[in-house]
Ligand binder design. Structure first.
Ligand code: AMP
Length: 194
């Protein structure tokens, strides 16, 4: 069983790469962003609570996202989990370690997707423009103001996880500026080397 985290700022390509891993390796993607958007779209009490925070680009509370992940880990069977967009704070990272340990499992690998900040903002704004042009729903937080706040949240709260996982000896870095297929094969090389 392989459990991995895809770490990186908004627009780094975590969701895209997680999607490939699901198809190629029969792993299960656990995206807290997707779970929160589902809660928001279905209008649950929690969904209504987080909608404004998400639209602004701020992080929702640790308690909420840890609860979502705990529930999935208790109910979903998988050959391995891909944590996408979780953990985003040190408290979440500690909680994930505890949750996996309770199941007798370990975190095998953390892949940091490195991307330059200017490229990130452009990517996210383009993602919104493409969705709009194709008549698809546009994420409420895919606009330049929210992206800058998401990036600030990343640097203030999530960035320390790079050092945290390096110190644990599980961090690998992949250049996220390459095209999707190249990033995919770099990630495969990291996973197959383990
Ligand atoms: P994402 O789809 O991963 O970009 O997440 C979209 C938004 O959901 C974020 O900007 C946060 O508002 C919220 N969110 C997702 N995952 C987390 C998390 N692990 N901790 C706190 N907030 C989160």
């Amino acid at each position: 069983m392989t459990n991995i985290i895809l770490l990186g700022p908004p627009g780094a390509g975590k969701g895209t790469q997680a999607g490939h891993l699901v198809e190629a390796r029969n792993m299960v993607q656990l995206s807290t962003g997707d779970m929160l958007r589902e809660a928001k779209d279905s209008g649950t009490e929690m969904g209504n609570l987080v909608a404004g925070v998400m639209a602004r680009g701020e992080l929702v509370t640790d308690e909420i996202v840890i609860g979502l992940i705990r529930e999935k880990l208790e109910t979903v069977k998988a050959d391995g989990f891909i944590f996408d967009g979780f953990p985003r704070t040190l408290a979440q990272a500690d909680a994930l370690g505890d949750l996996l340990a309770e199941k007798g499992e370990t975190l095998d690998c953390v892949i940091e997707l490195e991307v330059d900040d200017g490229t990130l903002v452009k990517r996210v704004v383009n993602r919104a423009e493409e969705a709009r042009a194709a008549g698809k729903p546009v994420r409420a937080d895919d606009n330049e103001d929210s992206v800058r706040i998401r990036l600030m949240e990343y640097y203030k709260k999530t960035c320390p996880l790079v050092g945290y996982y390096y110190a644990k000896g599980v961090l690998s870095k992949v250049d996220g500026l390459n095209d999707i297929a190249a990033v995919q094969s770099d990630i495969a090389a990291v996973l197959d080397a383990d």
